[in-house]
Design a binder for this molecule. Structure first.
Ligand SMILES: CC(C)(COP(=O)(O)OP(=O)(O)OC[C@H]1O[C@@H](n2cnc3c(N)ncnc32)[C@H](O)[C@@H]1OP(=O)(O)O)[C@@H](O)C(=O)NCCC(=O)NCCS
Length: 420
């Protein structure tokens, strides 16, 4: 029988806690910090917040897309070591582009379910600023008259050569396919901004943010490293992209492509950030809850990953969510909240229409258009936000999902055991 994609369900796997750095517009106050250091920051913060000893971590699962420094090969290992995880514990980097963060939870679930470890440290980190200006052709030198190959890695990496188009154009394809107008995309984007600003003002987002400060990360017997903020900045504590953006103001922005619906105002913002979570078995959670008098953020129930045609990659969450519902036996009505990454406004509206989602349940604290999309950190951020929103609203089930360049979708089902 042809595969509909991956489905993994987890009997007794929990997210204990999760935190993230602020998401800061690229070329801003976090722009000079490597993704490894942002990741170490988030990893240390989540262990501290959860009250979990780094010595209890049995697997370090990290994600990062763009190389943000020459030591990127060592990113998973350095995040684990400088977070204090014992030297014998292995670390890996997983990659599912914009769905990477969810993939980390999926792998953590499989590690724990399979008995490889009791607790896993999950860290997604991305510096969009530090995307390199790179060349791949010059190892053997520069030939006279031959093209010089240096290009902007971020711009080039958003282009899928199989489909021959970039990610914005995949959203334009969805706009055409689903008859989505520029006005509808701007209206959707405006709501994302309004909700993000409201959630910022109510303190909701601050509840998952760890402020970034100048600090040293020591590791006995090895070189210290750390974060040094620049200029007069002493602390970075807030997301920088959300701002009230009326649809008529967004409507005046130039579309990226002539006649297209996507603009700089209704596409995901480019930001720098890291997010981290601790995922553990039910047995671990029992002892931890008793010792600390705490409750975990959510149960990680199941995950799916599927493929879709590259030229409409943004529709990926629709079949991923359908498969999740089909295999868990839940109905759309039983899902209290959805967090779907807003890679592009038309892309999210296409998913919303395909599934018949209620917008009142979707990205209720704002999405990536307003808050930003730090590729590998996004899925971790969305999972933390979803778990906290389920708790805030007293709801039981929630699904977080993202489309993936190249044509994939990934989705994660969470349960708040106290919800109804
Ligand atoms: C769409 C995209 C190309 C725009 O990049 P950009 O041109 O650098 O965008 P900017 O932030 O400069 O915004 C363009 C303009 O819109 C304005 N703008 C953006 N958001 C706005 C808002 N909320 N309100 C008012 N104006 C806004 C900017 O001020 C800027 O104006 P200017 O040209 O007068 O300076 C880029 O954001 C992008 O590629 N995003 C999607 C990333 C992506 O696809 N990720 C992977 C998913 S698969």
């Amino acid at each position: 029988m042809a595969s509909k994609g991956f489905f993994s369900s987890f009997d007794d796997v929990w997210m204990l806690d999760g935190v993230r750095t602020p998401m800061v517009d690229y070329c801003g106050a976090l722009g000079h910090i490597s993704p490894t250091d942002l990741g170490i920051k988030a990893a240390r913060a989540v262990l501290q917040r959860a009250g979990v000893s780094a010595g209890h971590i049995g697997s370090v699962i990290t994600g990062n897309m763009a190389p943000g420094d020459f030591d990127q090969f060592f990113l998973p290992r350095h995040i684990g070591l400088y977070a204090g995880v014992p030297v014998q514990v292995p670390a890996i980097m997983a990659q599912r582009i914009c769905g990477t963060g969810f993939e980390l939870f999926r792998q953590a679930g499989e590690h724990i379910q399979g008995g490889a470890c009791e607790a896993a440290l999950v860290v997604g980190t991305e510096s969009m600023t530090r995307n390199p200006i790179a060349a791949f052709d010059h190892r053997t030198g520069f030939k006279l008259g031959a093209p010089v190959g240096f290009k902007d890695y971020m711009w080039e990496a958003l282009k899928d050569p199989a489909a021959g188009i970039n990610m914005i154009q995949t959203a334009e394809n969805l706009a055409t396919k689903y008859g989505i107008t520029r006005e509808q995309v701007d209206e959707f984007a405006s709501l994302s901004f309004t909700r993000a600003v409201a959630a910022q003002q109510s303190g909701f987002h601050a509840g998952e943010i760890v402020p970034v400060v100048t600090e040293k990360f020591e590791l006995e017997g090895y070189q210290p490293r750390g974060i040094r903020l620049q200029g007069k900045v002493t602390e970075v504590a807030q997301d920088t992209h959300p701002r009230i953006s009326p649809a008529d103001v967004l409507g005046k922005l130039k579309s990226v492509y002539p006649g297209g619906v996507q603009t700089g105002g209704n596409s995901s913002a480019l930001v720098d950030a890291a997010a981290a979570a601790v995922v553990a078995s039910g047995a671990y959670v029992k002892d931890w809850a008793r010792a600390h008098g705490k409750k975990p953020l959510a149960r990680v129930v199941a995950a799916t990953a599927v493929g879709v045609p590259p030229e409409i990659m943004g529709i990926g969450p629709a079949p991923a969510i359908r498969l999740l519902l089909e295999r868990t036996g839940l109905t759309l009505d039983q899902i209290g909240r959805f967090e779907i990454n807003e890679a592009q406004g038309a892309q999210t509206i296409a998913v919303e229409r395909e599934l018949g989602l209620d917008r009142n349940k979707l990205n209720v604290n704002g999405g990536a258009i307003a808050l930003g999309h730090p590729l590998a950190a996004t899925g971790v951020r969305l999972t933390i936000t979803l778990a906290r929103e389920l708790q805030r609203a007293g709801l039981r089930f929630g699904i977080a999902s993202a489309c993936v360049g190249g044509g994939q979708g990934i989705a994660l089902l969470l349960e708040n055991p106290d919800g109804i």
